[in-house]
Write a protein that binds this ligand. Sequence first.
Ligand code: F6P
Length: 196
Amino acid sequence: VKGLYLVRHGETTWNAEQRIGGDPLLNDHGNCQARAMAEHLKSLPLGFIFTSSKQRSRQMAEPLLCARPEARHMVIKEFDEIHAGICEGMTYEEMRRTLPQEFAARSADKYQYTYPGGESYATLQSRVDRGLKKALWIAGVSQNICIVGHQAVNRAILAQFLFRRQQDVPYINIPQEKYYHIVSVQEKKVVELLGY
Ligand code: F6P
């Protein structure tokens, strides 16, 4: 792949309430962010736009797909956000109050911690790696691609390009209104964080 544009979806109704997981839609602010992102990236020749199967990821990609109709859209389910098991739909505060031991265990080792009935960053990493391999293989060497992912998923993707200790991966900054551009320069991968 020539260049990888790694975007996080815009704000959802649940982000605004600090709620974990689920399949919420973008709110008005999130839709504005999707339009701003498309406006910013629309002059790029893009071969593929990969999203997860979640509504917020697909909704984020819509304005960009309208602006670049030649770009192909493909859903890669391996890019779905980390599954939080019994904590899906809770706020972090509700988790702290009702499941204090789980909350403490996650704070102590966020990378290895597995949500009951859900995933850990460690298990997420292997499925995201599978998804990334798939995307890179489908797109081939000469295309720019965009992946519209999620907070934990984008951390797992970046872990492939940044030198970070495993325990630091769950804390990589994945802001909304910014995206990572990953490009090869003289056989080195360069990663930059840019605003839109
Ligand atoms: O934006 C919310 C979210 O995508 C949740 O669905 C997910 O559980 C979380 O971010 C991942 O980030 P963290 O591991 O820091 O809670």
